[in-house]
Design a protein around this ligand. Structure first.
Ligand code: NAD
Length: 279
C-alpha cells in the first residue's frame, strides 16, 4: 500500500482551518496515505492537557504536529530541541517526532518571509511599521529582519509587549534595529511599509489597527489576517493605490514548509496554494 503518514493540528477554534486540506491534497499528490487531523483539546472529553496530547500523538506514530493558538509558546517546554527560527521567534508552530526526539520549528517565520519575497519582491524595506507584537508578530518581525529591514518600528496595544519584541529583534540583529512606537501618525509618516499582525480585521473582530487615513500611496501594506483575505485595512490601502500583500501567502507557505519537515519531500507550493484558494 501507499506509505502512511499521520499528522495533526493542535489548537482551539481550528474547525475552519484550511491547513488540513492543503496537507492532505499534497500528500495524495505524492502518493502518500496522508491524514491530517484536527486536535482541539477543549473539544475532547475528557480534555487532555497539551503534554498528554503530544504523548498520545507520538505514541500513535504521528510524524509531527502543527501547533496554533493558544499553545505556540507553552509547547516549547515539552520539546527536546528547537530550530534556530523557533528559538529566535520564541514560538513553535511545528513539531517533528523523529527517533524518539521532539524538535520544534517555526514555519510562520519562513512563511511570511517567503510571501514577501514572492509577492512584494521590489518593496522598499528601509523602514517598516509592524502593528501587533504577539506570537505571529514575533515571527513577522524576525522575518522582516532577515529580509533586510533597516529600521523596524513596533506598535502594540500593550506597550510592554512591543518593548519585549523590540529587545529580542535588536538582540538578534546585534544592533538597535527595532524601536517601540505609540504615535501611529508619526510612525506611518516615517516608513515605506506597514504590516498588520494584530487580529483586528478578522471577520469576528472588524475594524483596522491602523487608521486608514494614515495610509499613503507610497506605502506597501501587508495584512497577515486571512479570514477574510480582503480586510478593511487592505481595502482602504488598495483604494489609495498602495501595493498590498494579503495573509494567504503566509498561510500557504507555513504549510509548505511544515509539509517538507513532516515528510522530507519537496512540496509544490503552487499546488498547495491552489488547494487553499479552492476552499
Ligand atoms: P496574539 O494574540 O498572540 O497577538 C496579537 C497582538 O496584537 C497582541 O499583542 C495584542 O495586544 C495586539 N493588538 C490587538 N489589537 C490591537 C490594536 N488594535 N492595536 C495594536 N495592537 C493590538 O495573536 P497572534 O497569534 O499573533 O495572531 C494575530 C493574527 O494573525 C490573528 O488574526 C491570526 O489569525 C493571524 N495569523 C495569520 C497567520 C497566517 O499564516 N497568515 C499566521 C499566524 C497568525
Amino acid at each position: 500500500g501507499r506509505p502512511r503518514l499521520r499528522v495533526g493540528l493542535v489548537g482551539q477554534g481550528i474547525g475552519p482551518s484550511r491547513t488540513p486540506a492543503m496537507h492532505e491534497a499534497e500528500g495524495a499528490a505524492h502518493g502518500l496515505d496522508y491524514r491530517y487531523r484536527l486536535l482541539d483539546p477543549a473539544a475532547m472529553a475528557p480534555s487532555p492537557d497539551l503534554g498528554e496530547l503530544l504523548d498520545a500523538a507520538e505514541r500513535a506514530g504521528y510524524a509531527g504536529l502543527n501547533v496554533t493558538y493558544p499553545y505556540k509558546t507553552a509547547v516549547i517546554d515539552l520539546l527536546d530541541e528547537l530550530s534556530d527560527a523557533a528559538r529566535m521567534v520564541g514560538a513553535v508552530n511545528t513539531v517533528v517526532f523523529r527517533d524518539g526526539r521532539r524538535r520544534g520549528h517555526n514555519t510562520d517565520f519562513w512563511g511570511f518571509a517567503e510571501s514577501v519575497r514572492r509577492f512584494l519582491p521590489d518593496a522598499p524595506l528601509d523602514d517598516v511599521l509592524l502593528v501587533g507584537a504577539g506570537g505571529a508578530g514575533a515571527a513577522v518581525a524576525h522575518a522582516l529582519r532577515t529580509l533586510g529591514v533597516r529600521r523596524l518600528l513596533i506598535a502594540d496595544a500593550e506597550p510592554q509587549v512591543a518593548e519585549r519584541l523590540v529587545d529580542r529583534v535588536s538582540a538578534a540583529a546585534g544592533a538597535a534595529l527595532a524601536r517601540p512606537v505609540t504615535d501611529m501618525a508619526a510612525a506611518a509618516a516615517d516608513v515605506n511599509g506597514i504590516v498588520n499582525a494584530t487580529p483586528v480585521g478578522m471577520a469576528k473582530l472588524p475594524g483596522t489597527a491602523i487608521e486608514p487615513d494614515l495610509l499613503a500611496p507610497r506605502h506597501w501594506v501587508a495584512d497577515i489576517v486571512y479570514f477574510p483575505l480582503e480586510t478593511e485595512l487592505l481595502r482602504a490601502a488598495r483604494a489609495r493605490g498602495c501595493r498590498c500583500l494579503d495573509g494567504s501567502g503566509m498561510a500557504v507557505f507555513q504549510a509548505v514548509r511544515a509539509f517538507e519537515l513532516f515528510t522530507g519531500l519537496t512540496p509544490d507550493s503552487d499546488r498547495m496554494r491552489a488547494t487553499f484558494e479552492a476552499l
